[in-house]
Design a protein around this ligand. Structure first.
Ligand SMILES: Nc1nc2c(ncn2[C@@H]2O[C@H](COP(=O)(O)OP(=O)(O)OP(=O)(O)O)[C@@H](O)[C@H]2O)c(=O)[nH]1
Ligand SMILES: [Mg+2]
Length: 348
């Protein structure tokens, strides 16, 4: 027995336990702003890459790597809201982009839709990423209705293209901030609320596979859910109390994310909690969330106990393959609304 222990050698094992390589790309103004928040969180194992046609905006973004797109086409001065120009800028930098994305397991592409850079460049970048072995997750932020019909339609067209290029796309809508704040909210702060939520969800998803858990979710698990594709969404809840009712409420009643996921066929659910969160509490939360899902759902779940969290509980749920009818199609594209409907004062 002693002999066997003494000859135990873990060098072979170490070769196989390197963590997955995760790159988060922030494209265009919104993408850069959100990326800066992620960079400031200093997440282990996540490389941040800021891309923009607008060199001044890029210069204000903090990230591990920053690259101007289409420098020879727009001289670093942006696209002026033209997604066709954005597309040309990304295509012109194909080689740089392919090199930037190479050797990665999981790529997140974050962009605000409706302008020229995020809308035009992100589907092209996603296409290059899909041509590697990486899993490609788009994170698209849609504009406020007040920004105008034209911008909203541009955004929806860009979103469709992004969906065609990624394994799955998580959609977030700035408009939802209006619903909770009744429009009476400074624009910069409103953007910040949504940007923080995007940063939080991307961080939580990355940590699901980079941080060891008591009930572990590995990269192959994440791959299965993301490759289920289709309509995807993330639900995220953060509760101060480990009471199951309060945890559930934080997950399903987050007005910025909505809760339409009924009938979904692939779900990854991860709970991080302090030691006060009992097994019974966990089962109660799981079965309530599972209730809305398809009977033959592929549900993968993990649990990380973190003593520093005391009574608080964080739940992140990546839901894929949601039936089309559960996705609430925004009818803004068909309607012409008064651009003066609601006003949001600008600050900063
Ligand atoms: N949540 C959030 N949304 C933003 C932010 N900045 C812009 N947006 C949204 O994203 C949409 C696209 O805007 P930008 O990202 O600035 O556009 P761009 O991709 O840089 O495109 P061009 O500047 O036209 O080349 C806007 O219509 C806003 O609704 C931000 O900081 N946070
Ligand atoms: Mg811009």
């Amino acid at each position: 027995m002693m002999d066997r222990l003494e000859t135990f050698d873990s060098s072979d094992l170490m070769e196989f336990i390197s963590p997955p390589k995760i790159k988060v790309l922030g494209v265009g103004g919104a993408g850069n702003n959100i990326l800066k928040r992620l960079y400031n969180r200093k997440i282990t194992g996540v490389e941040t890459i800021a891309l923009n046609t607008d060199a001044i905006h890029l210069n204000n973004c903090r990230a591990h790597t920053r690259k101007v797109l289409g420098a020879t086409i727009t001289q670093g001065r942006g696209t002026g809201g033209d997604p066709h120009l954005g597309k040309r800028c990304a295509e012109g930098d194909e080689e740089t982009l392919r090199n930037t994305i190479s050797d990665t397991d999981l790529v997140f592409i974050i962009a605000g839709m409706g302008g020229g850079t995020g809308t035009g460049c992100s589907p092209i970048i996603a296409k290059y990423a899909r041509e590697t072995d990486a899993l490609v997750v788009g994170v698209a932020v849609l504009p406020f209705k007040e920004e105008g019909i034209r911008r909203r339609n541009t955004a929806l067209a860009g979103l469709r293209e992004l969906k065609n290029s990624c394994h799955c796309v998580i959609e977030l809508d700035n408009e939802k901030i209006n619903e909770i704040k009744n429009g009476d909210y400074p624009m910069k702060k409103a953007f910040g609320v949504m940007s923080d939520l995007v940063a939080e969800t991307v961080q939580s998803l990355a940590e699901v596979v980079t941080e060891p858990s008591t009930i572990n979710v590995d990269f192959a698990d994440l791959r299965k859910i993301i490759e289920a594709g289709g309509n995807a969404k993330v639900l995220y809840g953060d509760s101060e109390s480990s009471d199951p009712g309060s945890v559930l409420d934080s997950v399903t009643n987050n007005p910025l994310l909505g809760s339409h996921y009924q009938g979904a066929e692939a779900v990854l659910l991860h709970v991080a909690a302090g030691s006060e969160f009992s097994l019974n509490n966990c089962h109660e939360v799981l079965s309530a969330l599972k209730y809305e899902l398809s009977d033959d759902v592929n549900l993968i779940w993990g649990l990380r106990t973190d003593d520093s969290m005391a009574s608080s509980v964080k739940v992140v749920m990546l839901v894929a393959a949601i039936p089309e009818e559960e996705i609430v199609v925004d009818d803004i594209a068909e309607k012409q609304e008064s651009p003066l409907g609601k006003s949001i004062p600008m600050i900063g």
